[in-house]
Design a protein around this ligand. Structure first.
Ligand SMILES: Nc1ncnc2c1ncn2[C@@H]1O[C@H](COP(=O)(O)OP(=O)(O)OP(=O)(O)O)[C@@H](O)[C@H]1O
Ligand SMILES: [Mg+2]
Length: 398
């Protein structure tokens, strides 16, 4: 059984006998009726109580019915107001309706003629409320639609961007693959030709060139495959607690010959006894990439410094700072793009894949990578990775 709420009605008439009689009659018809003998009293009542309907006399000493309807509707726009008027003042009743009353009834009246007026007003009120709710729903739907459109547009832009990047990647890749391949074919054709190079020494030089181009090609193909596999999420990462001092020591050993070759001094600051949550082999790959860049793109007798610092959220930052040419802001924007060598193709050997690969590896390990650089002074490439769980516990106990 549903519990139907009684309709609440406020009756306003300066003739208290009339007010009382109306209340009694309406209570019999299952209304929750209350009476006020002035518009001022009704206004006060409306401040603390809410009603479905208000039945008000038009002419009252003090505030009249029209002003009361206006004030009541300002407070509750859904209140259904009906004006009671004497025979002579129908024109005023029309004014009351213009002020927002839903109907009027001419006095004197019988309960049988009042009840349909009240029912009509109540259904108009219910319709208005339902209408407002529909409008609200409509507005919500419009907002949701606009949001969905915005997300769709963003996804479309992202897809377009990804497709442009893929095309650029493919065209760069074929260019990069063609260069060493042409070298191999060119030298091999000379060796295979009838007119062989005159000396054994020349033959050896051509063969060495073939080997070098072959090695370069192999490195390229390996890196491209690695990049593609990481992008496809097909590289299983063995995330474990990696000892920071040990890993940095290993990297140091690995890059020392390159640093010596370029006459660059390596400085590893104090390394905290911490453990990172990372794939050890991949972490070494990341650090070697950053260190070899810092050595390759440096000035004569330059320096490379490695520093570690703990960051918020149980993370550790490893920074590699060089004394090289530094990077302009627009170079920083493009430096992680595959094959983008920032115009250094001739100066220094490389394929332009190191940083692109590094970034994807770092992100796959839930890390971040970035660069701070001052043109003319040098750059700092940094990676941030999560600390291993038990590391932070050890530190807390220490
Ligand atoms: N520390 C640095 N200082 C200045 N420029 C840098 C630095 N590191 C990288 N670069 C620039 O960014 C480009 C891209 O670097 P990335 O490591 O991706 O490729 P690469 O070193 O050219 O080739 P490889 O694939 O062998 O690493 C480099 O060619 C170089 O111009
Ligand atoms: Mg590199």
């Amino acid at each position: 059984m549903t519990d139907v709420r009684k309709l609440r009605i406020l009756i306003v008439d300066d003739q208290s006998a009339q007010t009382g009689a109306l209340c009694d009659v309406l209570r019999q018809y299952n209304y929750e009726a209350e009476g006020c003998v002035s518009a001022e009293a009704a206004q006060q009542r409306l401040q603390t109580h809410s009603y479905d309907l208000m039945l008000s006399d038009l002419n009252m000493p003090g505030l009249d019915g029209i002003s009361l309807v206006k004030a009541a509707l300002q407070r509750d726009p859904d209140l259904a107001c009906i004006i009671m008027t004497g025979e002579g003042s129908i024109a005023s009743a029309v004014r009351a309706m213009q002020a927002g009353a839903l109907d009027y009834i001419v006095k004197p009246f019988k309960a049988s003629s009042l009840l349909p007026v009240l029912a009509r007003a109540q259904s108009t009120r219910a319709l208005r409320i339902a209408n407002a709710e529909l409008e609200r729903q409509l507005r919500l739907n419009v907002i949701e639609l606009a949001e969905a459109n915005y997300r769709l547009e963003q996804a479309r832009t992202a897809a377009e961007q990804a497709s442009t990047e893929k095309s650029r990647f493919l065209s760069n890749m074929s260019h990069e693959l063609r260069t060493p391949l042409n070298g191999i074919l060119g030298f091999a054709q000379i060796l295979a030709a009838d007119k062989l190079p005159a000396t054994q020494l020349e033959k050896q030089r051509f063969a060495r060139n073939i080997v070098q181009s072959g090695q370069h090609l192999l490195k390229l193909v390996n890196e491209i495959l690695d990049l593609a596999r990481i992008e496809a999420g097909k590289v299983p990462l063995a995330l474990e607690a990696v000892d920071l001092p040990a890993v940095l020591q290993e990297c140091r050993m690995m890059v020392t010959p390159l640093a010596a070759k370029h006459d660059i001094s390596l400085g590893f600051g104090a390394v905290p006894q911490l453990r990172l949550r990372a794939d050890r082999t991949r972490l070494v790959q990341v650090l070697i990439n950053l260190l070899s860049n810092a050595i390759k793109y440096n000035r004569e007798q330059g320096k490379v410094a490695v520093a570690c610092s703990e960051k918020e959220g149980k993370r550790l930052r490893i920074s590699v700072t060089d004394t090289g040419p530094g990077l302009e802001p627009d170079q920083v924007q493009h430096i992680f793009q595959p094959f983008n060598r920032l115009g250094r193709d001739e100066e220094v050997e490389g394929s332009g894949l190191g940083l692109a690969l590094t970034r994807r590896v770092v992100e796959a390990m839930q890390g971040d990578i970035g660069v701070d650089s001052k043109p003319g002074q040098g750059s700092t490439f940094w990676v941030e990775l999560p600390l291993a769980q038990e590391t932070s516990q050890q530190v807390q106990h220490a």
